[in-house]
Ligand binder design. Structure first.
Ligand code: WTA
Length: 634
């Protein structure tokens, strides 16, 4: 491997962006603008908000009269979809490509802003015909196909909210989310392609609906053409509905309040029940658009590819809303990165001239395994910026990404953020000197710190709790139907500070190094899973009495799930049962949640108050000191 780390842009472990990158960047002075944005966030954000269409302007930029229930752009009226689509139709961008999509089998579809609008109108009319109204929550459970994006935008266009459930989740996860959102309408597909096989989404939908009682109608998009069960009077094929001329009539974009709900997205926390994170139209719009524009330096000439799944917050903010708000051309791919060969991604970068690639460390490590030749055979010279998200990127993967994919000339934007934050929080911009493994510095208007358990800043180099000290426009507004949990989870540990749940260090240059989760959340291939969810899936198997789950480091996936299982009396553990339990978890939550290893035990370490000491299980598995055991039950 040619070692570009030795080139003159690198000093020790610091990479200095080339002058050409600085010359073309939107922002050329970080320190000055950062200071201004922190001294007067309302001025900074109102100037950004001015770039969008509002049918009525705000009374206040930030209403902080009832913390932590902050509101942004109060009493303003807009609709994020108006700014994603309608606004562009009045300009030359009407004919610009909004989306280039490639299916796993190689089929290609493209949509201009004009045709995107037509598709979203059709979908919006279909939803209206099913009685979907402002304030309803529509559940979307789809493969990575353009209709997923149309469906999300259609909900928002008519003032309804969407709840996208990642297509990799399974029966129990889907049923729980539908029930919490009380969705009457569900949008799905007859399947999607992954590694040459069909993911049977519709079968999972049928099972999930049988477990809960709110769904009245299911819209099924035809993707694979395979036969699926269609319940008469409940299930409708999308293409059949679109045949009706009325579905093609115009549908105006509804103006909504800045603080009206745009979507909920469920994410794992410390307790078993996933949290419905609530985001709203106005603040989220201004924040996702601004962060994407400044961090990835988005320009009209770019072909931007965020390789995440739209069912994850990264997809919501940086496949769907952020790029469209900026009038960008995005690329989306349906299938697996190494299908049929490990050069699939590199081949598509070459074919479409992708200039910005945003992905996760787990994908980078997964492709790195196949060696350099697969990437070296392709012309990747169109790339100018790279990005990473989801977990800390290890320096080895960073350097491979930088040297082999970026050919030593593309800065890597390592973006730290969360479902709750809506957009990038700690991240470089293209002019930032980079240190491999650090997400570098806070974005404009973001006041971060690392504090001890009493909320006091820790000295440089020491580990502590990552906190955010000022509200920001795309912050979560609450947990759906559970405002108390919102307060206790995020705002109660430290006074007036948002607790991220991550541990971090700040170095002497003010660079932030995120270490990982402090709670019972495990990141597997960048996906967030709660130990409690997996444990409850295990216990729902009739052989299991009790279970404890921990995450252990894994070379490619970051972490994998290890389960300790106590069987019911009279049942013996063996390999066949372990396999069966893995399958059961896969069926209930999804393949990503499947334990890597199951160990049958006679007893689980517990505190005297009955809490499982996962920390102890982890220390033992890793051969580390077991720490304080004073609370351990005899
Ligand atoms: C982790 C994903 C280090 C972190 C957008 C956070 C990261 C959790 C990074 C949120 C990064 C995300 N460096 N850690 N660049 N990005 N994380 O809600 O632990 O799926 O709290 O949002 O991912 O995960 P979520």
């Amino acid at each position: 491997m040619e070692d570009n780390l030795m080139n003159n842009n690198f000093e020790g472990e610091v990479y200095h962006p080339a002058q050409a990158i600085i010359d073309e960047a939107h922002i050329k002075d970080y320190e000055y603008l950062y200071k201004m944005s922190i001294d007067n966030p309302e001025k900074f954000w109102s100037e950004r908000a001015e770039e969008f269409y509002w049918s009525k302007k705000w009374d206040k930029v930030l209403d902080d009269s009832n913390p932590p229930f902050y509101q942004w752009f109060t009493n303003a009226k807009t609709n994020i979809v108006y700014n994603c689509i309608d606004r562009h139709l009045k300009t030359w961008r009407r004919n610009k490509l909004a989306l280039i999509w490639e299916g796993e089998g190689g089929d290609v579809k493209t949509y201009s802003y004009f045709s995107l609008n037509r598709e979203v109108i059709k979908f919006a009319n279909v939803l209206k015909s099913m009685g979907v109204q402002k304030g309803d929550i529509v559940t979307i459970y789809m493969p990575r196909i353009p209709e997923l994006i149309f469906a999300m935008l259609a909900c928002a266009k008519i003032g309804a909210a969407h709840s996208v459930v990642y297509g990799g989740f399974s029966v129990d996860a889907l049923a729980g989310r539908i029930e919490d959102a009380e969705s009457k309408v569900l949008i799905t597909a007859d399947g999607g392609w992954l590694r040459g096989s069909i993911v049977p989404l519709k079968g999972i939908v049928d099972e999930a609906i049988a477990r809960q009682g709110t769904i009245e109608h299911v819209v099924v998009v035809k993707r694979t053409g395979q036969e699926v069960h269609m319940a008469p009077g409940r299930d409708y094929y999308y293409h059949d509905l679109c045949e009706l001329p009325v579905m093609n009539q115009n549908c105006e974009t509804e103006m909504v309040d800045s603080e009206d709900m745009l979507f909920i997205l469920y994410t794992s926390g410390t307790t078993g029940k996933p949290k419905g994170i609530v985001h709203t139209h106005g603040g989220y719009m201004v924040y996702t658009a601004t962060t994407l524009k400044y961090v990835f330096d988005l320009k009209d000439e770019d072909r931007y590819w965020c390789a995440a799944d739209p069912g994850w917050i990264t997809g919501h903010s940086y496949i769907v809303y952020g790029p469209l708000l900026n009038g960008a051309t995005s690329f989306m791919y349906e299938g697996a990165p190494n299908f049929p060969y490990p050069n699939r991604w590199w081949k598509m970068i070459e074919k479409y001239g992708i200039s910005i690639l945003y992905t996760a460390p787990t994908a980078i490590r997964g492709l790195m395994r196949f060696g350099n030749a697969w990437a070296n055979r392709h012309d990747l010279s169109s790339l100018r910026l790279l990005g990473s998200v989801g977990e800390p990127i290890n320096p080895e993967a960073w350097k491979w990404y930088f040297n082999v994919i970026g050919r030593g000339k593309c800065p890597i934007m390592d973006t730290w953020w969360q479902t709750e934050t809506g957009g990038f929080m700690i991240t470089p911009i293209p002019i930032t000197p980079l240190k491999p493994g650090s997400a570098t510095k806070p974005f404009f208007g973001i006041d971060v710190d690392v504090v001890d358990n009493d909320g006091k800043p820790v000295p440089a180099g020491e580990e502590g709790n990552l906190v955010i000290k000022k509200p920001w426009p795309a912050m979560l507004r609450t947990i759906y139907k559970d405002p108390e949990r919102y307060v206790s989870q995020y705002w109660s540990t430290f006074k007036n500070m948002y607790q991220a749940g991550d541990s971090a260090r700040k170095d002497k240059d003010g660079y932030i190094w995120v270490i990982g989760r402090l709670d019972d959340v495990i990141k597997v291939s960048g996906y967030r899973l709660g130990t409690a969810e997996i444990e409850s899936a295990l216990v729902s198997h009739n052989a299991v009495a009790e279970a404890a789950v921990i995450g252990l480091p894994h070379e490619v996936r970051g972490n994998t799930i290890h389960a300790y299982v106590l069987l019911r009396a009279g049942i013996d553990g063996n390999d066949a049962l372990a396999e069966d339990l893995k399958k059961h978890v896969g069926h209930e939550i999804g393949p990503i949640a499947k334990p890597e290893k199951i160990t049958f035990v006679d007893v689980l370490p517990k505190t005297r108050s009955g809490k499982i000491m996962r920390r102890l299980l982890k220390a033992r598995a890793l051969g580390l000191p077991e720490g304080d055991k004073s609370t351990l039950e005899e």
